[in-house]
Write a protein that binds this ligand. Structure first.
Ligand SMILES: [Zn+2]
Length: 495
């Protein structure tokens, strides 16, 4: 099957959004009403009221709508979008067993490509202009090439975070072919395609991951790591990273849920970012989203959706679940002490910031992404849906984005100055061949699994007795983390 290429030519005409409520997401989170945003080439040329524009500028009527920077998802396993919704009722343990121990190896390069392409298109549709593809099933360089080709075939902005759960990171990063792939990406100078290295630190006293960090340092490529995941990664991994000098401002700590104070202090002191994936943390069991801790320690934060094997790639959902989880925790903590919360600590403005300029900071793009400011890259989203009774009155713009809007209200999306969604429809993207390649992948997985195993994986039975698996398993390590057995109250509560 030939892979669909969705990157056709663009008209290149200047574009102006007229008369919208503009959330600039600049350092002061300035909101402008009845304002314009002018895009020329790949840049934001001007922001303000009644702008003069070049002759031939295309006009988008933004009246009644919200113009904001493109959203940024700092952690999504895009290859898993091929199995959208399959793991709806999974725990994290069931996820690990399915992908890490039993069936992840069944993915061929074309299956990685199929998931990536669908996830990439879904991002654009939802106004997510940049997505970090936490691609941790790159069993061969052919898989990596397929992942990359798929991302390049969609006119969004992506960061390929290279990973491979089927082997230890010290093993696959020793492969010259992997290193040359990474160097090629690093040196490509493609600002629509960044690169990171993705692996976890399991806390084994041998700290074999040290060699992987050394390769990342030598290649000068940032590391993204699932940290503070209940039953998988803990304070020990943070301690090992810290002692090795591997905690840098470029490092992303995904989840960072079940850690103690010392670890948050180390993250804060070394300047890395936490990627909060609240919807995932609520359902899968990594631990509570560490929103209280990022506020307390002043840690840079971005939001992420993790994987569409449970949830769709939709930052409205990320913002909503993050506000809800933080507020639930704040209320409940007070109630247990007989107190009442009268003023909420986490505001809608905060979560809008986290999924725009926060995301830009996490991927090292503060200078040119994450806000609508003159000279920055033109990644712009218009939220507007005149047919929707939820579109008015528009009184509290941050609240509207976080609690009222949804992906169907994403009217226009611009990436790098190019219109990729217009009037609520994706531009130049035909879903038919994308659906066909996904069907091919599902047929393949289903056949390899056999129908009984396939169905049982999707609808896990309620066990009669306590589940047998106590640790979350990794294919490449039989290390068992004992730290959670002795109460572990501090880790649970992040204190
Ligand atoms: Zn993840």
């Amino acid at each position: 099957m030939s892979a669909p290429d969705l990157t056709g030519p663009d008209t290149g005409r200047p574009l102006v959004f007229r008369g919208g409520t503009v959330l600039t997401m600049d350092a002061s989170s300035t909101v402008l009403t009845d304002a314009d945003v002018l895009v020329v080439g790949d840049r934001i040329e001007a922001v303000g009221p009644a702008l003069e524009v070049p002759a031939g500028t295309r006009e988008v009527d933004a009246r009644g709508g919200i113009v904001m920077p493109g959203m940024i998802d700092s952690h999504r396993h895009m290859w898993q979008t091929a199995m959208r919704g399959y793991g709806t009722d999974w725990t994290l343990t069931q996820y690990f067993v399915w992908y890490y121990l039993e069936h992840g190896k069944k993915f061929r390069p074309q299956d990685i490509a199929a998931g990536n392409r669908l996830a990439a298109i879904e991002s654009l549709d939802a106004g997510v202009t940049t997505t970090v593809d936490w691609s941790h099933n790159l069993q061969t360089v052919d898989h990596a090439e397929a992942a990359l080709d798929a991302l390049r075939s969609v006119p969004g902005r992506f960061v390929l975070a290279y990973g491979n759960i089927q082997a230890g990171p010290w093993e696959w990063l020793a492969d010259p072919a992997v290193r040359s792939f990474l160097e090629r990406l690093r040196d490509a100078g493609d600002d629509r395609l960044g690169v990171q290295i993705a692996f976890d630190v399991l806390g084994d006293p041998e700290f074999s991951e040290r060699a992987a960090f050394e390769v990342a340092r030598e290649l000068d490529i940032p590391v993204t790591t699932h940290a503070g995941v209940w039953g998988a990664t803990s304070d020990t991994g943070i301690q090992q990273m810290y002692d090795g000098g591997f905690m840098t401002p470029e490092t992303t700590y995904v989840h960072a849920s079940t850690l103690t104070r010392d670890s948050y202090q180390r993250i804060a002191a070394t300047g890395g970012s936490i990627s909060v994936a609240t919807e995932s943390e609520c359902s899968a069991g990594q631990g509570h989203a560490p929103t209280e801790q990022v506020l307390q320690y002043g840690i840079p934060v971005s939001l992420s959706m993790d994987t569409s094997v449970w949830w769709s790639g939709d930052m409205f959902s990320a913002m909503r679940s993050t506000l809800n989880a933080d507020r639930m925790s704040e209320h409940m903590t007070a109630h247990l002490q007989g107190d009442t919360i009268t003023h909420l600590r986490l505001r809608a403005k905060d979560v809008v910031e986290w999924c725009t300029r926060g995301g830009a900071h996490t991927i090292g793009r503060d200078a040119d992404l994450g806000s609508l400011e003159v000279g920055k890259k033109a990644d712009v989203v218009l939220i507007k849906n005149e047919d929707s009774p939820v579109s008015f009155p528009l009184l509290n713009p941050f609240g509207h984005v976080a609690f009222q809007a949804q992906r169907g209200d994403v009217h226009t999306v611009v990436v790098d100055g190019r219109v990729v969604k217009s009037d609520g429809k994706l531009v130049g993207i035909d879903l038919a061949p994308v659906r066909a390649e996904i069907e091919n992948t599902i047929d393949h997985l289903r056949e390899e699994c056999g129908e009984e195993v396939w169905q049982a994986g999707m609808f896990p039975e309620m066990p009669a007795a306590e589940a047998a698996i106590l640790e979350n398993p990794y294919q490449y390590s039989d290390f068992k983390d004992e730290s959670k057995r002795a109460g572990g109250e501090g880790r649970v509560l992040g204190r």
